[in-house]
Write a protein that binds this ligand. Structure first.
Ligand SMILES: [Zn+2]
Length: 393
């Protein structure tokens, strides 16, 4: 081994240590260390091994976690001007989501994008609301963000499906030329399986699959969604009376609700899962739903703080992981999540899942997020430039 540089030169190697190191390859390790020399990564591994191989390195504890910047795989940037409020789901929607509606829009979206950029986020999966076409161009123009800007579509009337689909396709086609290499890409988001008719869901899915557009769908967020597919009624149905909505839920989904029908089984049997959309939330699911998700190869995004704040339940992380489903993390909007920093969700998840290996959470926030957004992940390995953004906390 060559003689290390004298300790008073700028090229003295530095050994940065942490509790959890995720390099982007394999699993995360604990504890971990990274040797940096002249701004370049010289080695990664267990601190003891690195101390042995780099005896003259100056050692410094960098923080709890060293990993590539995490991905916020699901958010609503156009709600970034909202005030955060934790309330049960059926109060949050009218009082916060609808109640602060005037705060939704381009100014919030751009402020949220600035916030994510300042946080050094790895990539973002952002939902642009169905009335927010004016936000697509400014978000696609961001050179400081990568990921997907999903245009949301929402309409429960099957007889309006062709018309709504044609309008959505027009929006997508008129913005595709604004996609630039390395920048955000366009995607499609059918809002939920109960706010998008079966016919519109199929049209959007077939179009997205044919065009290679990534998709996100909110699925099984609240227990009442499961009840709706089982019985055709319940609190979601009751709450729909304030919106224009078909006379029966069977009209929306094109089949009768039944005891074994779940939102996931419905989407699977409709042919939607075959297009491999990312399924967001997936809190209230049965073992069969998890098996269907795994078989289809769909990734899921969990928003731990939002689900807890809205009292939706706890995403069954271990069951999805055991089935081999790729898991990513998102903040959801600031109005239900509390911030756009997905590291806050990783920290929260460590308390929510005390028996889960925290290394899995870190890996999910990085690798799962890049998988969902289809973005390239930087690796922490010998020869790559060191970035301070690799230190999470
Ligand atoms: Zn959402």
């Amino acid at each position: 081994m060559s003689d290390p540089a004298p300790s008073d030169t700028p090229h003295t190697p530095e050994l940065l240590t942490c509790d959890i190191l995720y390099t982007g390859m394999g699993g995360a390790q604990s504890p971990g260390g990274v040797v940096v020399s002249g701004g370049v990564i010289a080695a990664t591994g267990h601190p003891d091994t690195l101390r042995g191989n780099f005896p003259h390195a100056r050692e410094r504890r960098a923080g709890s976690i060293i990993a590539p910047p995490p991905v916020n795989a699901h958010t609503h940037l156009d709600m970034s001007a909202y005030d955060f409020q934790a309330l049960p789901y059926f109060r949050w929607i009218p009082e916060v989501a609808m109640g602060q509606r005037e705060k939704r829009g381009l100014a919030g979206a751009l402020a949220g994008a600035d916030n994510l950029s300042a946080l050094g986020v790895g990539a973002v999966g952002d939902i642009v609301g169905s009335h927010g076409q004016n936000m697509l161009a400014p978000l696609l123009a961001r050179t400081d963000l990568s990921g997907v800007v999903y245009f949301e579509v929402l309409n429960p009337f099957p007889e309006q499906a062709d018309e709504v689909f044609a309008a959505a396709r027009q929006v997508i086609e008129s913005h595709r030329k604004l996609e630039r290499p390395g920048g955000p890409r366009l995607g499609l988001s059918p809002h939920t399986p109960f706010t998008v008719s079966h016919r519109l869901m199929r049209l959007l899915t077939d179009y997205a699959a044919g065009e290679g557009l990534p998709m996100q769908i909110h699925v099984a967020e609240h227990p009442a969604e499961v009840e709706l597919f089982r019985t055709g009624g319940g609190p979601i149905w009751d709450s729909m009376t304030r919106f224009p909505y078909p006379t029966t839920f069977a009209e929306v989904i094109g089949r009768a609700p039944e005891a074994d029908l779940t939102p996931v089984r419905y989407l699977d049997e409709l042919g939607v899962l075959a297009a491999r959309p990312t399924l967001v939330h997936m809190v209230n699911v049965m073992p069969d739903d998890i098996a269907r998700t795994a078989r289809a190869g769909c990734a899921v995004v969990t928003c731990p703080r939002s689900n807890t704040h809205l009292e939706c339940g706890v995403f069954p992380w271990s069951a999805f992981a055991a089935a081999g489903v790729e898991i990513a993390l998102g903040t959801d909007s600031v109005a239900s999540g509390g911030s756009l920093d997905v590291r806050d969700d990783v920290a929260f998840a460590r308390t929510l899942y005390p028996h889960l290996d925290p290394r899995l959470l870190v890996r999910a926030a990085v690798k799962g997020g890049h998988r969902v957004t289809g973005t390239a992940m930087p690796f922490i390995r010998r020869g790559e430039l060191w970035q301070d953004a690799f230190i999470w906390a």
